[in-house]
Design a protein. Sequence first.
Lengths: 343, 343
Amino acid sequence: MPELRHDPVQKRWVIIATERARRPQDFVFSQPMDNGHDCPFCAGNEDATPPELCRINYPDGTWKARCIPNKFPALRVEGELERAAVGQYDRMNGIGAHEVIVESPDHNKDLPDLGVEEIAAVLRIYRERLIDLSRDIRLKYILIFRNHGARAGASLAHPHSQLIATPITPRTVALELESARQHYQVKERCIFCDIIAQEMQEHRRLVLVDHDFVTWCPYASRFPFEMMLAPRRHNHDFSALTDADLLKLAGHLRNVLRRMKASLEDPAYNFLIHTAPAYHMQNQRSGWGSTITLDWHWHIEILPKLSNAAGFEWGTGFYINPTPPEDAAAFLREVCLDERAQC
Amino acid sequence: MPELRHDPVQKRWVIIATERARRPQDFVFSQPMDNGHDCPFCAGNEDATPPELCRINYPDGTWKARCIPNKFPALRVEGELERAAVGQYDRMNGIGAHEVIVESPDHNKDLPDLGVEEIAAVLRIYRERLIDLSRDIRLKYILIFRNHGARAGASLAHPHSQLIATPITPRTVALELESARQHYQVKERCIFCDIIAQEMQEHRRLVLVDHDFVTWCPYASRFPFEMMLAPRRHNHDFSALTDADLLKLAGHLRNVLRRMKASLEDPAYNFLIHTAPAYHMQNQRSGWGSTITLDWHWHIEILPKLSNAAGFEWGTGFYINPTPPEDAAAFLREVCLDERAQC
């Protein structure tokens, strides 16, 4: 059973994933990316994965996208949450969920290479898993994320996203929730709505704007070409999006990812969705109120991995970004995508 | 002039390093490590660097180690600190210091390949720069760190460490200082002394112990083979170490780094020193008291880069560590170093 351990100085939790334990010797050789032979995520190899949690099919009955439990989970869904002190340290057993969303039956198609309808199917699976897992009151937060490329931590090349649900609210999310709550308390406005208004007005950090969504390079970007995608109208909950909303989001996300892929030679990147915590959805079902509906605004962070975090970043929490977000946004804005007649 | 920018949601500062700006096009090709031709850090090429800040010589008058300003500084030492609002965002101009400690005239000797006396010379330069820069009251914190290998963010192969002094206390340091302060307030004991006592008693996470220093794999290690090195006796201030202390520390650090290098095939890694903040040293000179002398304990974090942080880590601040620190410590403890007769 994996273990959650708490550091008393840095006040953060770590998952010690004994189930996927790598012996020290394993580190001497770096892990190669798979080349497509015997890929467990490819069409025809469905038996190689644990039983499917959900899928979305093409009209011919073959699958477009599917969700499966991770075969080597960082957290496990079975059992009661147990907490204990270990001297002055703290531990919990590793209760949670770890799932994989296989985005396409085709090994060689990356997410932005898929059609808008196909990307929308992936987003519908995200929504379905968020709704389903938020019923489990042991889970406090559900993070959906995507690692593309070895530098971004991907260990399998077949296009996929992941979901990890944790029994505590992660520090990064708690900090963002608290900033949003404090801002609302003082101003009675959503901090993200305020940021979007300033970005729309200043314009120079915008990458893509359409009727429903906006993507920009944040004012204090940590990484070159870092982007933030959010709905233009206030909305705290990704899981409340309709099929029509998800189709529009798929088009916007596809456009942004294609810009990045075309202009930066298919860089490694992570994206992650910050939506309302599972405990909020649980409270809502119980009829409890919460300011999260007013002060929180779901968003997607897109983090290209063009440089490596170094000693300074690890030692301070500061980042050094060699590319001003204004330059990065101008560069991405001006990318000429094939599907557009003019640039 | 570089700029410090603050993110209002994630409450962190970023250095937008316009002086070392890389145009978007620069990212398309990855930066190669230099191969030793025309290396500005090699003996004989001293003219290629900015004027030296300090050096330590061999008896024959040639240099053993030297410190120079970074030619492409992330922060600049000239000017007044200016603060401004940018709409709802915050910025400062990038006042600070960014220096390079060249650890050896020899391009191909890495830090653990040097002799104990030579490593001690590097540590004496660390101490000298900490003392000198802490006199500048614009500076709040001075971080000394080392990046080894491209995966750990090193862009030059010649062995060197760096120093960055910031005009604000970095978030990570502020959090650690606050944890230590709170612990002392309740218990009247140093949190690091408590941790060292538990580690010495449990033994299974220890890597190396001698009369003065101890290195262990932290209970909640973020990364495989992460290590923490600290003095066994309470001491808040690295810059107060004597030459004799630094010689002992050099021997201990050399042993630990050689273990890592020998057993993990020279992995990329970062190490960083967390010592008392510059503002504390400034207060002491002014005769002001502070609990930092009682509640803070300097330490060195050693972070091998065997895996990449991925979307989950960026989205949560949680880490998934596939190697329990107990296994990592046992592995490192049992490494047979050439200089030891028995293992």
